[in-house]
Design a protein around this ligand. Structure first.
Ligand code: IFM
Length: 468
């Protein structure tokens, strides 16, 4: 009997029109992060991170949700890897937990954590899936926050030590490493806006944190290269598409300030070896000048092997002196996700071409892109997330446009493999291509997961066709 369910019909029309633009060997991936999926917060010698402290503080996370259990991936990783393999992906981006591997933030690695990640990485290898491992996805060990956290210079050195030891311990099982995920979130959301851990509201501290995160990246690159000379290393930045609200000079200047304080403060030093005038003008007097020491920029600009780009939003900037850096930012319309974020695929083409033309000729990976929607399990037991399918089709087509425009894009990791702990939003926002029932830990691949698998097959067929 023919299957005529919506899922089957949409599966049948999987491809994006320009799938042939994606090169042979393109990495088709899914992404996660340790605190968002692992759970087992008190097992295997793991210590508390700033996210344990933040999420356990009443009023800070949605409904008081925490990552204590999350997707229980720590116990279910084998079945999860089987599921991942069944989705046909070639690649998987995961992060390791600093507070699991080095609970005190310094010294020897915790052998139980090393064993866990070695098994996990070997499990990926056994399934033919290449890992891309992020060393810091926001889970600073709490003891280091108590010593001052990222606003303190020494934290950069602590991270370099952790990164070096981790790559020494795991580098035979993974060759691709991301130092930091989205340092903008760690610094400006964590220490400025206070919406993320550790929840401080001090923009001077946030700017200090931003520079120390950049420094941490550069120091870690050197340590990783020394530990594993063949490793491939890069950093992942969130790159936001920013447009001024009007043609008025004030709004144009506001857009430049927002670009300086969200994009350029991280892209400039890593890829251009400097903080540009826009960054100095916006942030110099607000704290940056106090922390940049002689020699830092050369450390931060250590050559890398690829550029990681996470992209989620276009935002509109207008001049508003009541806001940080005198900029009011609002999400661009028209369509929005359940987070209120814009759905404008051309923004992805725009940020990829910008990174490639203005910042670096390195190969680029979209290390995250995705959307939260109000998914639900229907009476048939299916999760028919047509909005996410449309989102992925649009953004992947936009990625194809960037490739056609000359961007050296080598891979795309959809966020996220599983529904998971969405930080201060707790479990209220679902980004997964796989539904997670948090009560039973049942997993249900959504329509988007079937669609993505079929797209990967379409690409394989297109590559074979052009090779023939
Ligand atoms: O869930 C996060 C992820 O941890 C980092 N990038 C953005 C995602 C969606 O908010």
């Amino acid at each position: 009997m023919t299957d005529t369910t919506p899922a089957a019909r949409l599966r049948a029309e999987a491809s994006v029109e320009n799938v042939g633009a994606f090169p042979q060997g393109f990495r088709w991936g899914l992404a996660t992060a340790a605190y968002q999926i692992e759970g087992a917060a008190h097992e295997g010698g793991r210590g508390p991170s700033i996210w344990d402290t933040f999420s356990h503080t009443p009023g800070l996370s949605h409904h008081g949700d925490t990552g204590d259990i999350a997707c229980d991936h720590y116990h279910r990783w084998e079945a999860d890897l089987d599921l991942l393999a069944s989705l046909g992906v070639t690649d998987y981006r995961l992060s390791v937990s600093w507070s699991r591997l080095q609970p005190g933030g310094r010294g020897d690695l915790n052998p139980a954590a090393v064993a866990f990640y070695r098994e996990l990485l070997a499990g990926l290898s056994a399934r033919g899936i290449r890992p891309l491992v992020t060393l810091y996805h926001w889970d600073l060990p709490q003891p280091l926050e108590e010593e001052g956290g990222w606003p303190v210079r020494d934290t950069a050195y602590r991270f370099a030590e952790f990164a070096t030891k981790t790559v020494e311990a795991l580098g035979d099982l993974a060759s691709d490493w991301v130092t930091l995920n989205e340092p903008w979130c760690s610094s400006f959301l964590g220490y400025g806006r206070g919406a993320h851990a550790p929840g401080r509201q001090d923009y001077r501290a946030a700017i200090h944190a931003a520079h120390h995160l950049n420094l941490a990246h550069g120091l870690a690159v050197a340590g990783i290269r020394a530990a594993r000379p063949g490793a491939s290393v890069g950093i992942t930045n969130i790159v936001t598409d920013i447009v001024p609200a009007t043609d008025a000079p004030d709004d144009a200047a506001a857009a430049l300030r927002l670009d300086a304080s969200s994009n350029r403060i991280f892209l400039d030093p890593v890829y251009l070896g400097e903080y540009s005038a826009a960054v100095w003008d916006t942030l110099g007097e607000r704290g940056l000048a106090e922390v940049v020491l002689d020699g830092d920029l050369a450390i931060i600009a250590a050559p890398t092997d690829f550029a990681g780009v996470n992209h989620y939003q276009r935002v509109i900037a207008s001049h508003d002196e009541s806001q940080p850096f005198d900029v009011l930012e609002v999400p661009a319309e028209p369509a929005t996700t359940s987070f209120g974020w814009s759905v404008i695929p051309a923004s992805l083409t725009s940020v990829l071409t910008r990174v490639s033309r203005e910042f670096t000729p390195l190969p680029i990976y979209v290390t995250e892109n995705g959307a939260s929607y109000n998914d639900y399990v229907d009476p048939n037991g299916d999760v028919v997330d047509t909005e996410r399918v449309d989102y992925l089709r649009g953004y992947l087509s936009a990625a194809g446009d960037a490739i056609e425009a000359g961007v050296d894009l080598r891979g795309y990791y959809a966020w996220s493999f599983l529904d998971n702990f969405e930080w201060a939003e707790g479990y209220s926002k679902r980004f997964g291509l796989v539904w997670v029932d948090y009560r039973t830990q049942e997993r249900i691949p959504k329509l988007s997961a079937h669609w993505y698998r079929r797209l990967i097959e379409d690409h394989r067929a297109a590559v074979a066709h052009f090779a023939a």
